[in-house]
Write a protein that binds this ligand. Sequence first.
Ligand code: ATP
Ligand code: MG
Length: 561
Amino acid sequence: MSNDSTAAATSERPLNFLEQIIKKDLEDGVHTNVVTRFPPEPNGYLHIGHAKSICLNFGLAETFGGQCNLRFDDTNPEKESQEYIDAIQSDVEWLGFKWAGDIRYGSDYFDTFYEWAQHLVREGKAYVCDLSPEEAREYRGTLTEPGKNSPYRDRSADENLDLLERMKNGEFEEGAKVLRAKIDMAHGNINMRDPILYRIRKKHHHQTGDKWCIYPSYDFAHGQEDALEGVTHSICTLEFADHRPLYEWFIENLPVPSKPKQYEFGRLNLNYTVTSKRKLKNLVDEGVVESWDDPRMPTIAGYRRRGYTPASIRKFCDMIGVTKSDGVVDIAMLEHAIRDDLDKNAPRAMCVLKPLKVVLTNYPKDKTELLSAPGHPNREDLPERELAFGHEVYIDQEDFREEANKKYKRLVLGKRVRLRNAYVIEADEAIKDDAGNIVEVRARIIEGTLGKNPEDGVKPKGVIQWVAAHDCAEFTVRLYDRLFTDPAPDAGGKDYMACINPESLVTLQNCKGEKGLLAAEPEQGYQFEREGYFCRDAKAEGLVFNRTIGLKDSWTKEENK
Ligand code: ATP
Ligand code: MG
């Protein structure tokens, strides 16, 4: 395979450090084919941090003509479930990636792991330890002091094999025994101080049922899963750097069929956001949000429902790049990515969030017209829109005032404004209810102003959106905003539950939109002119639009400073 033909080699940006490593490995013949994997634990929905890992792992495989596996790292049945497995698959597919072959499960390899544990025992490299968790902690030592050998460390191989078998058969209580590797209790890296390989957990597993009552630790599973699948580059986040010596120790000391290598990159942290499945689960469990796919959640499913496109998330992951250090990314960058995508691709529509009726007194009651408007200002491939026009229209309450100064470029009594894609109108009278609220405006159209300025030379002050009363869509709009008010909601152990934005969801009923919106497909995004980007909610009954993002881009503003 020629690397020059690969996407990374031809793309304009420089290769990131992982691409450089892989390119060199291929050139040097260390590998002939690249295999990566995305290994989520099915204990929650995927969040935006996982999107970075997905784009990276699948992207590297794509770039170098290799393959990427989707493997569930399911060694801890207590917190895992089929719901999460299904959601994760659907998220990866939605992002536009295709895994190689079937879905894989760490639990597919449990038999092999058990044989390998026996192998280590026979080699004198693992033992069954009876220390309680508290005792084990004492024996482990600290960052500055070495640990002490467990009194059970020198059991014979035969005794260990027997105890291990009995652990597997369920003869001991949870916590009574563990299997540990025999490495070095004085090792400078605490992960190497006789780490745990197996724990007793009498728990039902979503894949293996009740077959096992011992489960391997993450460390005793992950690298071996990689080796069994022929993964060449096992890419994980920085916090696993300290586990790498152990990863390598297992690869060296077990009869593995291939020798993967672990590489670490900086995880994605976003301001105004928490990216931890545990904390996100808490938001769901406490009812702060409606569900894992609530459009305020930083989950892939949440972004999807909010109206983000797969392309925008992939673009964002590309923009932030891949480095060897952790940092905090400004959420405005993610917002920029979706705004930019929708600006270029979303059809336009007119919507009135807070309708105010305008009666056009000189327009015949029984007359209607069909006007048209472009689907998008510069996308001729998007179909033209049909706009009904008649005697009564709705405009937004914000777009009318009885009096106003010159800065107010909307409808004012005695003044003119253009109804976008339609006539210029002039307001004559405001009708009020007993409480003094304006409930209706009386106005006139200025004849001959479709696509033209008034012949009398009195130009309209501005352009506002409107919707015909006799033929329109009526719907609910959910205005979403950031979920947290604090830019670092969980930094330094802060209570992220204490800085929830009380205005993160504002629901507006009886909004009006042009009639074409009646046919909006679920998840279809629109720019509601002058209001922002919205998409049709895929779950709600009836017509509901979720605000994806407002029109103003604070990220490009920052950039241009
Ligand atoms: P969480 O802390 O939210 O539970 P996790 O790392 O425990 O996340 P896993 O399911 O184990 O979740 O993660 C699957 C993959 O996604 C791992 O390779 C992990 O390194 C990567 N990943 C998780 N969070 C991030 C992040 N914020 N940025 C980049 N990659 C991430
Ligand atoms: Mg984890």
